[in-house]
Design a protein around this ligand. Sequence first.
Ligand code: NAD
Length: 268
Amino acid sequence: MSYGLLKGKKGIIFGALNQDSIAWKVAERCHEEGAEFVLSNAPIAMRMGEINELAEKTGSDVVAADATSMEDLGKLFDHAIEKFGKLDFILHSIGMSVNVRKGKNYTEINYDWLEKGWDVSAVSFHKVMRTAWEKDCMNEWGSILALTYIAAQRTFPDYNDMADNKSYLESIARSFGYYWGERKVRVNTISQSPTPTTAGSGVKGFGGFLSYAQDMSPLGNADALECANYCVAMFSDLTRKVTMQNLFNDGGFSNTGVSQKVVDKYGE
Ligand SMILES: NC(=O)c1ccc[n+]([C@@H]2O[C@H](COP(=O)([O-])OP(=O)(O)OC[C@H]3O[C@@H](n4cnc5c(N)ncnc54)[C@H](O)[C@@H]3O)[C@@H](O)[C@H]2O)c1
């Protein structure tokens, strides 16, 4: 299904690691809707090489960049600017916690690992926007998005320090979004249902998260393709005045106290 919603639009998509990645689906959908873009991921993620398949399919260049490095980001944006001139959209689909990876409990987190994960998962969004800001490369009515999770507002044990990183990420969207308003560019975060991806599955008890959210959400969990469709809508001209928002794409989970399915599991 294609509506030509992004015809003529140019952008950068961060974070497509493999076919399960949300960013992978976003790239496929943006391509179907007529957009052109540069794909980027951390140099280490490139080693798997799967991103080249996506690049070929969508006719995109791939530029490696560690999203915590201003130098790498500068080179990436220069490449995109040389190719496209100004940009219309950016997707930040990046997350990583060393404490989650190494199974450290929240009460015992390693602070060096915390700083690393915070830089990768949250501050990198500021760095991406600052690079775009300093290069003045966004077209008016451009759209910048990052992906987040409801653990920023409510506690989910085992989401660990990623919960704090997501709170920080959402705050950056509001704070920088204010300044981007001067240039008629919008900045939002999409808070996505649990989704089986490499990053998602790395969280302890992920299967439980996923099934619980499915049972709690009146519409069921939103999958990666449904997230991609929402991203397309947010990059399109149909959402120009939506900015500085955290937008839930979660089948109603965030506003459900309890569902009948969950009550039934506990019996009378
Ligand atoms: N999967 C879920 O359940 C879920 C739910 C809500 C939000 N999200 C968010 O969606 C986003 C995408 O994650 P995903 O689930 O598609 O998993 P994923 O593992 O496919 O994507 C995470 C990406 O981050 C990239 N990355 C890590 N460190 C980097 C760095 N230093 N520089 C540049 N890129 C780096 C990885 O290479 C990878 O491509 C993340 O922000 C994640 O927190 C995921």
